[in-house]
Design a protein around this ligand. Structure first.
Ligand code: BTN
Length: 240
């Protein structure tokens, strides 16, 4: 891997997209100690203080649009596996792409693509991991749903070893982009949402149901009063 490292940058996803447009090699990793304009899903800000792991990597094979979703599943799985290897914590994946420890979000993934017609030119996959900093570094309104590895573990992790394992896991899973069924089967072993009553907020719609499975196309299948529905986007939370 070529690794481009910054002490501070607005957003590693922004740099990754720029690099990808300039034709940088697939597998290139952009990593920053701190982000001043970190981006989350749904156009949200993403707090990225020092001590975390803020990175983006570029994939640029001749992929179909469906690959963006698959790459996100792959990344979430690689992340959960890495956390469980490096720590003795039990990380789970919340559909579609948050990684949780003890029911709280420790990591988020943002996949962006540059596409022409139905050909994907590149994917910039951004992963933010709340690693070696205390929760108090994050905005107070997040404290009841977000955590850090440091808070859960009571000590710091070796971030270099973490990134090495993460990249290795991504590489190992990479061939499964063409074998999504296998990828999903492994993903389900880490699923937080499946089998639970969930609430889905999608735009101005809100409904609840039982999360029963993931469809072949990556949608969350939810059983509601109206029958089974496929959910493609939105925020999912457990209803208690
Ligand atoms: C989310 O949970 O909404 C997704 C968060 C993705 C954050 C990562 S941090 C590295 C990369 N650069 C960004 O600006 N965002 C992603």
């Amino acid at each position: 891997h070529q690794i481009i490292h910054y002490n501070q940058i607005d957003s590693t996803n922004r740099v990754a997209k720029e690099q990808a447009k300039n034709g940088v090699k697939e597998g290139t990793v952009i990593i920053s100690e701190e982000q001043t304009g970190g981006k989350g899903r749904l156009n949200r800000n993403f707090s990225s203080p020092q001590g975390g792991i803020w990175l983006s990597y570029i994939l640029s094979p001749d992929l179909k649009p469906v690959m963006a979703g698959r790459a996100t599943y792959l990344s979430a799985l690689a992340l959960a596996k890495t956390i469980n290897q490096i720590t003795n914590l039990d990380a789970k994946i919340k559909w579609p792409n948050d990684v949780l420890i003890n029911d709280k979000k420790v990591s988020g993934i943002l996949t962006e693509m540059g596409a022409e017609l139905d050909k994907v030119n590149y994917l910039a996959i951004g992963m933010g991991i709340n690693a070696n900093f205390a929760i108090s570094k994050l905005p107070v309104e997040l404290h009841n749903k977000v955590t850090t590895i440091f808070n859960e573990l009571g000590e710091q992790i070796d971030r270099v070893a973490f990134v090495q394992s993460l990249l290795q896991e991504i590489e190992k899973l990479y061939p499964k982009l063409d074998n999504f069924e296998e990828l999903l089967a492994e993903w389900k072993g880490y699923a937080y949402t499946l089998g639970q009553e969930v609430k889905i907020a999608d735009g101005n719609q809100e409904y609840s149901g039982l999360a029963v499975d993931i469809a072949d196309d990556g949608a969350l299948i939810v059983k509601t009063d109206r029958g089974q529905e496929k959910v493609y986007s939105g925020d999912v939370s457990l209803s208690h």
